[in-house]
Design a protein around this ligand. Structure first.
Ligand code: ATP
Ligand code: MG
Length: 427
């Protein structure tokens, strides 16, 4: 990606109509564009981050047997009316619209009813179960407040997975597996040590649901943390009886602000019963399908990471989700400087290292400020001086120190760490 051709641009100042730090930073650095409160477009830079987060989630969902599909945003009333969730008194975030003939449609804010309705066609017998499907999709929610930047959008990307099981036992097995997969996702996103499995209010069939809450000042939730036992309790279920059941005491808990980055939920057989979605069991009887629902807020995660991983110069992306690994700043337009920088750009990209190549005719200070603001993990400087000495400058975003290295050594260093990164990600 060449900066001279990049669709987006950084700004000198933060937008004045945003209070959330994540939105201020991401707008200023050119990753998102604000259309209106709670509604953001993602630029080519921002989209790369979204896609990188999605890829990590995708790998972990595939690893536990998830199959990716895509459902629709346009939802007919039928399935939702069967569970009462069409009613705006029950679900207050619906956006609704109409077909030309007046038929009402809903814009999907979640997909439990949609997946159950769909599976009627594909699941008939216990032999067809269990089944795990997931999607990445833009969810639409008419949220009352949208003051947290991309952490609470009216339009946002969610990964939602659904498990269809024959019974509680089969369901419970996968539920536990999914908790572990979620932990791996947050680990890989660099927030594993500050993300807690949190007991929250449950569905129809279970006492608790589980949220994944990341400690974050900008979060909208309050959780009570037991650092020793590595668990947390949402304030909504903080009472004596619940604490006793969990084997923890109120005075051992620390109150912290947090953001819900994921949520897993047991719907039991309630929805399938309401919708009459049945399968034939081993004994020939008709049984309602057991449903689990597993969300991850992809764009909220991007916002949380932007909040947490930043300094006074701008964003500081972890390498595996950064829009590029290297910011290559070319200083000057002498022929030999252009040749050296072009060559390094080509060689890095050829070996799988993503580069943002700043080939603009702007001063060094601007290029360095943009590299820092955009939070690109490494910066390489090629100038008349470095070309003359045969050694260019390499610096990590998080370090003050610079190294002077030949093109060859820069390549080796950046390629090696890229390979290391992707192998550790494969585990
Ligand atoms: P919240 O309590 O924050 O409103 P929720 O309980 O409505 O979240 P779910 O319906 O379980 O959330 O959605 C799954 C995940 O999607 C959440 O854990 C969160 O990470 C993300 N999410 C929910 N609402 C939004 C939103 N308005 N903007 C961005 N991400 C969201
Ligand atoms: Mg909500």
């Amino acid at each position: 990606m060449k900066v001279s051709q990049l669709f987006t641009k950084t700004s000198k100042t933060a937008p004045s109509d945003e209070t959330a730090k994540n939105a201020q930073l991401l707008i200023q650095a050119g990753f998102i564009y604000k259309v209106m409160a709670g509604v953001y477009a993602y630029t080519p830079l921002g989209l790369r981050v979204v896609e990188n987060i999605k890829q990590i989630v995708r790998e972990e969902m595939n690893a536990i047997g998830g199959q990716e599909l895509i459902m629709t945003n346009l939802q007919p009333e039928g399935p939702w009316a069967m569970t009462t969730r069409w009613d705006e008194k029950v679900v207050d975030v619906w956006f609704k619209t109409k077909l030309q003939d007046g038929t009402e449609l809903g814009l999907a804010w979640s997909h439990e009813e949609a997946i159950l309705d769909m599976m009627r066609q594909y699941v008939a017998s216990y032999k067809d179960l269990p089944m795990y499907v997931y999607q990445f999709q833009t969810k639409l929610r008419n949220e009352l407040r949208a003051k947290s930047g991309i952490m609470r959008g009216r339009e946002f990307v969610m990964k939602d997975m659904y498990s269809l099981s024959t019974d509680a036992e089969q369901h419970e097995k996968f539920y536990q597996v999914s908790i572990e997969a979620y932990k791996r996702v947050f680990e890989r996103l660099g927030i594993g040590d500050i993300t807690y499995v949190t007991f929250a209010s449950g569905g129809a069939f279970t006492k608790f649901s589980h949220e994944f809450q990341t400690i974050c000042e900008a979060g909208e939730d309050i959780i009570y943390l037991h650092r020793g036992k590595n668990i947390a309790v949402n304030e909504e279920v903080l009472d004596d009886e619940n604490l006793k059941n969990l084997g923890i005491k109120r005075e051992e808990l620390e109150e912290v602000k947090s953001a819900e980055v994921g949520n897993i939920f047991n719907f039991g057989t309630e929805k399938a019963e309401q919708m009459n979605v049945m399968f034939t069991n081993q004994d020939g009887s008709q049984q309602a399908v057991f449903l689990g629902s597993y969300g991850i807020g992809v764009t909220r995660l991007m916002g949380v990471i932007a909040e947490l991983a930043s300094d006074d110069k701008g964003l500081v992306w972890p390498e595996n989700i950064a829009p590029a690994k290297v910011y290559l700043a070319r200083l000057g337009d002498e022929a030999d400087v252009i040749t050296a920088a072009d060559e390094l750009y080509r060689d890095l990209e050829k070996q799988g290292v993503t580069v943002l190549y700043d080939d603009r005719d702007t001063r060094a200070g601007q290029k360095f400020a943009d590299a820092d603001l955009m939070g690109i993990p490494y910066r390489v400087v090629v100038s008349a001086k470095t070309v003359a000495s045969g050694k260019h400058e390499l610096k990590a975003r998080t370090s003050q120190e610079t190294q002077m290295l030949s093109s060859r050594d820069i390549l080796d260093q950046l390629v090696t760490s890229t390979v290391e990164n992707s192998t550790s990600n494969d585990q």
